[in-house]
Design a protein around this ligand. Structure first.
Ligand SMILES: Nc1nc2c(ncn2[C@@H]2O[C@H](COP(=O)(O)OP(=O)(O)OP(=O)(O)O)[C@@H](O)[C@H]2O)c(=O)[nH]1
Ligand SMILES: [Mg+2]
Length: 280
């Protein structure tokens, strides 16, 4: 089943964001540190380059990402012209407090009431844009939630006399490649109605078996290992989780649906450990 998810409000949001970008000094692009490549919307990049605006790329949710890989991604993005990248957790006020100063290094002349620093937050759904906004404002003005597409409108907030910030709805792009769509479904940036948990968990399982077998064993019990052990694939892993957690369907077979949902939940909330699904 191909994953296609592009709700109508994103079409409007994209037009409004393109319009707003003309009077913006710095783009704050929020990425998900667990998927720093897949969470990068290529349309934002094109728009930003066309308007020649610098970007502060934030690898958010660093608290649930693999620290070594986060460092590699920071080096990757910091090597790009007009880009500064930092890793953080939007829920931590001390992390977020660094952002205004970091943004100012990209637009050093924007420090007065007449020439305030105008920033806009861009990102795909559910990466933590509104959480970041609230932490910056020190108040819960923007709605947040653990579902994609919570924010539906472009909204401007004042951060004081010399700074403003525009929050935008999370935006996807058309024709997302399926390997990217599966990862974005795993991190919950794609609406639940656009995929089934089993297909997404099979792919997530495959990636985790390749890169984080130790974390899987620590959580769900030892996996078959050694030269004679049968190689486990994504569906095999989900079946093993179902067996170990005694998740069975009526009739006695492993309940793959529930095991798939369990793996997704424990990956998303960080219970499985600090994981990053991509390398630069
Ligand atoms: N672990 C972790 N969770 C975070 C972090 N920042 C945000 N979240 C969670 O991610 C979910 C989405 O947060 P939002 O701020 O609503 O995300 P958004 O990017 O505004 O989403 P849309 O408006 O739907 O595009 C919420 O459950 C947040 O609590 C973070 O740094 N670490
Ligand atoms: Mg939001």
């Amino acid at each position: 089943m191909a994953i296609n998810w592009y709700p109508g409000h994103m079409v409007t949001a994209r037009k409004e964001a393109a319009e707003a970008l003309r009077s913006i000094d710095v783009v704050i692009e929020v990425l998900d540190a667990r998927v720093p490549r897949s969470s990068c919307n290529p349309e934002f990049e094109a728009l930003r380059r066309h308007n020649q605006r610098p970007a502060l790329k934030l690898l958010n949710k660093a608290d649930v990402a693999d620290p070594a890989r986060t460092q590699a991604w920071l080096a990757h993005y910091n090597a790009q012209p007009g880009v500064r990248a930092i890793a953080l957790s939007a829920k931590k006020r001390a992390d977020v407090a660094r952002i205004p100063a970091e943004a100012l290094t990209l637009a050093p002349t924007r420090t007065t009431r007449i020439k305030p620093l105008r920033m806009m937050i861009l990102g795909i759904p559910n990466v933590g844009k509104s959480t970041l906004m609230n932490s910056l404002l020190g108040r819960r003005l923007a709605d947040v939630g653990d579902e994609p597409a919570i924010t539906k409108h472009v909204t401007r907030y004042e951060l004081g006399p010399t700074m403003s910030l525009v929050d935008t709805p999370g935006m996807m792009w058309k024709g997302v490649a399926q390997d990217i769509a599966l990862k974005l479904a795993a991190t919950h940036s794609i609406g639940r109605n656009a995929y089934d948990d089993a297909s997404v968990a099979f792919e997530l399982g495959r990636l985790l078996l390749a890169d984080y077998p130790g974390l899987l064993s620590a959580r769900y019990g030892a996996l078959p290992a050694g030269p004679d052990a049968p190689a486990l694939d994504g569906p095999g892993l989900i079946a093993a989780i179902a067996t170990r957690r005694a998740l069975v369907v009526r009739g006695g077979g492993p309940d793959l649906e529930r095991a798939a949902s369990l793996l997704l939940k424990e990956f998303r909330d960080g219970t499985l450990g600090a994981i990053t699904l991509e390398r630069p």
